[in-house]
Design a protein around this ligand. Structure first.
Ligand code: HEC
Length: 172
C-alpha cells in the first residue's frame, strides 16, 4: 500500500512537473512572438502606418512560423474579429477567448495566461498603437483604410478602443 502511494505520488509529481515545464516553454515562445511582432511593428510605424500594414501582411505569418519552428512548437494568433481568415479561432480557442472576456468583464483584467485543452493562451490587449490599425472606423485615416481593404477585403478587425481584448496568442 505504502509502495503504491509512493509510486502514485511520484508519478503525479512527474506529470505535474512535466505540465509545468510545457507551460514554461510555451510561455517563452509566446513572449518572444509578442516582443518580436510589437518591436517590428513599432519600428515600421516610423515609415508610416500604410507601410506597416504592408509589412504585417507580408511578414506576420512568417515571423510566427519562424518562432514556432525555433521552439519546436505550434503557434498561431486568433481573434473572434480577425483580419486574416487564417487567424479564425476553433472551438478550444473560442473557449479561451470567452474566459478572457469574462475575466475582463468582471475584473477589468484578463488572466495572464490560460491552459485550455492542453494549449497555452496569452491575451492580446489593445493600446494606442493598435488603435491606429484596429481602431474605430472613423479614426482610421482613409489612405490606411484603403490599404487594409485592398490587402484584406473581408477585414473584421476594426472598431476596437484602447484596453480591449484583441485576441490571443496560442501555443501548443
Ligand atoms: C500597422 C497596422 C497595425 C497595427 C499598428 C497593429 N496591427 Fe494587428 N494586424 C495588422 C494586420 C495587417 C494584421 C493581419 C496580419 C496577418 O495577415 O496575419 C493584423 C493582425 C492582428 C492579429 C491576428 C488576428 C487577426 O485579426 O487576423 C492580432 C491578434 C492583432 N493584429 C493584434 C494587434 C495588437 C494587439 C496590436 C497593438 C499592439 C496591433 N495588432 C497593431 C495590422 C496592425
Amino acid at each position: 500500500m505504502k509502495k503504491f502511494s509512493m509510486l502514485a505520488l511520484s508519478t503525479f509529481g512527474i506529470l505535474a512537473f512535466g505540465a509545468d515545464m510545457d507551460t514554461q516553454k510555451q510561455k517563452a515562445a509566446a513572449g518572444e512572438l509578442k516582443k518580436t511582432l510589437v518591436g517590428e511593428l513599432k519600428a515600421k510605424m516610423n515609415d508610416g502606418s500604410a507601410a506597416a500594414v504592408e509589412f504585417c501582411s507580408k511578414n506576420a505569418m512568417n515571423i510566427t512560423d519562424g518562432i514556432a519552428k525555433k521552439h519546436s512548437l505550434n503557434i498561431k494568433r486568433v481573434s473572434e474579429k480577425n483580419r486574416n481568415s487564417k487567424n479564425t479561432p476553433d472551438d478550444s480557442d473560442k473557449k479561451a477567448l470567452a474566459q478572457f472576456a469574462d475575466a475582463i468583464a468582471k475584473n477589468k483584467k484578463p488572466q495572464e495566461f490560460l491552459v485550455v485543452d492542453g494549449r497555452y493562451y496569452e491575451p492580446l490587449m489593445t493600446n494606442e498603437m493598435c488603435a491606429v490599425c484596429h481602431g474605430k472606423n472613423s479614426d482610421i485615416p482613409k489612405e490606411l483604410k484603403d490599404k487594409i481593404n485592398q490587402l484584406y477585403p473581408g477585414d473584421r478587425a476594426i472598431g476596437y478602443g484602447i484596453g480591449e481584448l484583441r485576441g490571443a496568442i496560442v501555443v501548443w
